[in-house]
Write a protein that binds this ligand. Structure first.
Ligand code: NI
Length: 400
């Protein structure tokens, strides 16, 4: 049993003890990455840095499956399964407002989702595994994945265009969460993260003088009706037991107070866990849009873009992770609440069973509880060791 921080995070295995010696290194990696964030598909320096750190470690075969992703492979002495561990490495187009000394040096770009932490964690796992290859059976592939934040996403590219998933038996990965206290490990079976789809709608009416609306087809009034009626999808058109979000997040029309414009532009997002409901959603939406527009004499164009698939965890993998979490963090292992957020980790799950989970990094005293994608987002670095231990133990257990 080991105390790692003033708010004690206790990690119980031998790995937990070993990872303690890694803590400074983890923080150093994470801070370097935090200071040098790069956007998805442009992570050239990030990839170079990861590669050079991995090349310092023994027994690893390091390669670059795509221009800005890095893969490290460790083969165990004994036969076993092939396990894929995944960390995402990209940052966001946000101007950082933190003031610590490792603040982003790239204006307008920031690690505001914790991917700097994910990368440091997987480097830590690589270091532990490479120093103790006797822990490993089978093969451990560690993928430092580019472009999680930008659809269609780096995972899809790796799955479709590289042999990364060939022969993979099981996949896992984690996301730090500022919404959970540091040291918490949150895991669940089944539906974990939603499919984040997007839509765009243009309502074409007929503009004219605002004093004579009878001579116009008012796309703003019609747009308002469409928005109201779309709320019926979640409340009246789908089973209340199924989770669905339909949000209009954009409504632009008009230029001044006395002109009814020709058209209105709307956009938004639809989030579901159930693939069938996901297929139905655009049809339900278009029925409403068509009906309302026709009723008022307007026409429309409607475009619906499928985003990442939902993350649906495999039960037995989630159970294995939960057993590890209970052993390592005791009652800080909790059943996760599913999120309507999206994740391209789901691309890997089309090829192999697996599970994605959260590690808490929220600590009010350290002001690391700002929401993800906030200009003051940061992580409690004590969470890095929890992440290392979870992924390391998962690699060992799942490769057996
Ligand atoms: Ni993220």
């Amino acid at each position: 049993m080991l105390t790692l921080s003033p708010t004690p995070t206790q990690l119980n295995s031998a790995t937990g003890q070993r990872s303690h010696s890694l803590s400074e290194q983890l923080s150093q990696w994470r801070r370097h990455l935090h200071a040098h964030p790069e956007l998805g598909f442009y992570e050239h320096n990030t990839a170079r840095y990861i590669k050079s750190e991995l090349e310092k470690m023994p027994h690893l075969k390091v390669s670059q499956p795509t221009e800005t992703s890095v893969l490290a492979v460790l083969r165990g002495d004994k036969p076993g399964k092939t396990v894929l561990l995944r960390a995402d490495i990209d940052a966001l187009p946000i101007q950082e407002e933190n003031t610590f000394d490792f603040v982003s040096q790239n204006p307008g770009v920031m690690h505001a989702c914790g991917h700097d932490g994910h990368t440091a964690i997987l480097l830590g796992v690589a270091k532990l595994l490479s120093e103790h290859p006797e822990d490993v059976t089978g093969e451990i592939r560690m993928i430092f994945q580019h472009a999680e934040e930008i659809g269609p996403g780096g995972a899809e590219e790796l799955v479709q265009r590289t042999p990364l998933m060939d022969g993979v038996d099981v996949v896992t990965g984690l996301h730090l969460s500022s919404g959970l206290p540091t040291g918490t490990v949150a895991i669940k079976r089944g539906a974990f993260m939603a499919s984040p789809d997007a839509f765009e709608l243009t309502i074409q009416g007929k503009g004219g003088h605002a004093a004579h609306p009878n001579q116009t087809i008012d796309p703003i009034a019609i747009g308002a009706q469409v928005i109201n009626n779309l709320q019926h999808i979640a409340s009246r058109n789908t089973d209340p037991i199924d989770n669905i979000v339909v949000s209009v997040t954009y409504f632009h029309a008009g230029t001044t107070h006395n002109v009814i414009p020709d058209s209105a532009a709307l956009a938004g997002t639809v989030r579901t866990f159930d693939p069938e409901l996901r297929q139905q959603a655009p049809k339900l939406m278009e029925r409403i849009i068509r009906g309302v527009c026709e009723a008022h004499g307007a026409s429309y164009t409607f475009a619906y873009d499928l985003g990442y698939r939902a993350v649906i965890n495999t039960d037995w993998v989630a159970d294995t992770l939960m057993d590890i979490a209970r052993r390592e963090v005791g009652d800080k292992a909790v059943v996760a609440v599913p999120s309507m957020g999206g994740e391209d980790f789901s691309a890997y799950l089309t090829k192999a069973p697996g599970a994605y989970f959260n590690v808490g990094s929220g600590n009010t005293a350290q002001q690391s509880d700002f929401p993800h994608h906030h200009p003051r987002f940061t992580i409690d670095e004590d969470a890095l060791m929890t992440g290392v231990v979870m992924l390391h133990e998962a690699a060992v257990e799942l490769s057996k």
